[in-house]
Design a protein around this ligand. Structure first.
Ligand SMILES: NC(=O)c1ccc[n+]([C@@H]2O[C@H](COP(=O)([O-])OP(=O)(O)OC[C@H]3O[C@@H](n4cnc5c(N)ncnc54)[C@H](OP(=O)(O)O)[C@@H]3O)[C@@H](O)[C@H]2O)c1
Length: 245
């Protein structure tokens, strides 16, 4: 498989890239820091013991003008692109966002408007030949919850968009995979108290690869979060107002 990954420098994206490289997929890495992305590419090549990364390009979710050149560079290097994976995203806690509306606007723009814009560019390219668009959203988008109101609102919009894409374009050859992780121990959650059932990025990456291979439209990972969110979605508002989850 040929794969373009946005977000392979850290956390879940890095684990996905490593798992793909280990099984022989050919990768093109996109990211906002040229040196960091190049370092990640070298690390993947060294771990695999051969060249698995066809190239890298700058792509910053805060700067939509970088999207087209980045995807053009990936297509030129890989030839056919089978899969585009987006794991990159911004994060800040609810108290930090409530205290700073400029920061809130930045996060909402990066995680919703600009991520959808990037996906639209990817969708057009993938539709031309068939392929998979795999995007990491979050369980935070499943329901309005006190600790993640603003971050969750962007992820809710993203999940909604991905569901619409699946409904409209599946029959035309576009497979859309919306990944909804629960709490995963990465740099993004460093400093937050891990809840029970917190996951590791390597296990989450295995679930993501399985979902891509199967063309599964929605995947909860770790899997227990499917059940947790089923319960949370079923709770009445009177309960949601009282709990801190
Ligand atoms: N960890 C969790 O508990 C959890 C739960 C649910 C959903 N998620 C979602 O899972 C995905 C991966 O998160 P993670 O936990 O692996 O986070 P992470 O370790 O902090 O990695 C975030 C990645 O996003 C990239 N990134 C951030 N802002 C960017 C921008 N403006 N342009 C391009 N790349 C940017 C980072 O690149 P740099 O190296 O340049 O910083 C990094 O590669 C995200 O979509 C996150 O919302 C995570």
């Amino acid at each position: 498989m040929t794969v373009v990954i946005l977000g392979a420098t850290k956390g879940i994206g890095r684990a996905v890239a490593r798992a793909m490289a280990a099984r022989g997929d050919r990768l093109f890495l996109l990211g906002r820091g040229a040196d960091d992305v190049q370092r990640s590419a070298s690390d993947l090549d060294i771990r695999a013991g051969r060249s698995v990364v066809a190239g890298t390009a700058e792509c910053d979710l805060a700067r939509p003008e970088t999207f087209v050149p980045a995807l053009d560079a990936a297509a030129a290097a890989l030839g056919r692109v089978d899969t585009v994976v987006v794991t990159a995203a911004d994060f800040a806690t609810q108290p930090a966002l409530e205290a700073d509306l400029d920061r809130t606007q930045q996060l909402l723009t990066t995680n919703f408007g600009n991520t959808v814009t990037f996906c639209e560019h990817a969708r057009q390219r993938l539709l031309a030949q068939g392929g998979t668009l795999c995007v990491v959203s979050s369980v935070a988008g499943d329901r309005g919850r006190k600790p993640v109101i603003l971050y969750g609102a962007a992820k809710a919009g993203l999940s909604h968009y991905l569901e619409g894409l699946d409904h409209k374009f599946r029959s035309a050859g576009l497979r859309v995979v919306c990944v909804r992780p629960g709490f995963v121990k990465t740099g993004m959650t460093a400093g937050l108290k891990p809840p029970p059932f917190a996951g590791e990025p390597e296990a989450v990456a295995r679930d993501i690869l399985r979902a891509i291979d199967r063309g599964q439209p929605v995947v909860y990972t770790p899997r227990i979060w499917r059940l947790i969110m089923f319960v949370i979605r079923s709770l009445p508002r009177s309960v949601m107002r009282r709990i801190e989850f």
